[in-house]
Design a protein. Sequence first.
Length: 239
Amino acid sequence: MSYDLILRGGRVVDPSQKLDAVTDVAFADGKVARIGAGLRPDAKTDVHDVSGRIVTPGLIDLHTHVYWGGTSLGVDAEDFCRRSGVTTAVDTGSAGPGNFAGFRKHVIERSEVRILAYLHVSFAGIYAFSPRVMVGESEEIRLMAPIDAVEVANANRDIIVGIKVRVGARASGRSGTVPLDIALQVADEVGVPVMAHIDDPPPSYEEVIARLRPQLANVQWSSDYDLHTYFVDRFLESP
């Protein structure tokens, strides 16, 4: 069999095949054709020595903001993913029902990277997140758009995988857990998970957890200036 490309001598990691070994990977017609040591090229095969590098199926980044140009915290999905081995990026609430159509048309549909999205329950998503302008989109209850969110989520089920909400002293302020309750209602109507961001209390982590549904996944990371916690409500019945 002839190959278009052989990646030679990399560390091949593929958990689905319980594979972790230094070996070769050959491609033909854009797909993996064979994995094994000492694969032989022909005159037309492009061979790259990837010794010392990791070769793996495309990674899935479960928390990104890729509405570049549409929100202040968005990055260019293709530039970021090309340098990080990501082939599927999950955008977590950059856009809300008021601007999701633009996100879909101008970013998602044009991207070679597969982009899935959590839809923010706030009408304009995370619209003011920068070093100089920081406005909690969940504090202004008038921006909560549950009816619009249900409509947009139902109309974009091929892309939207859940509902996003941010709560905490900075994100929801005096509105407390009300935005979370609204997001849960939307998720119930659509039948998808909720991702809840919590910054500094109030509300407390315990208050947020008490409102979420069974089979909770808790993901945390820390930065130089803050600790953010994300609770993903899986919308599944307990076994």
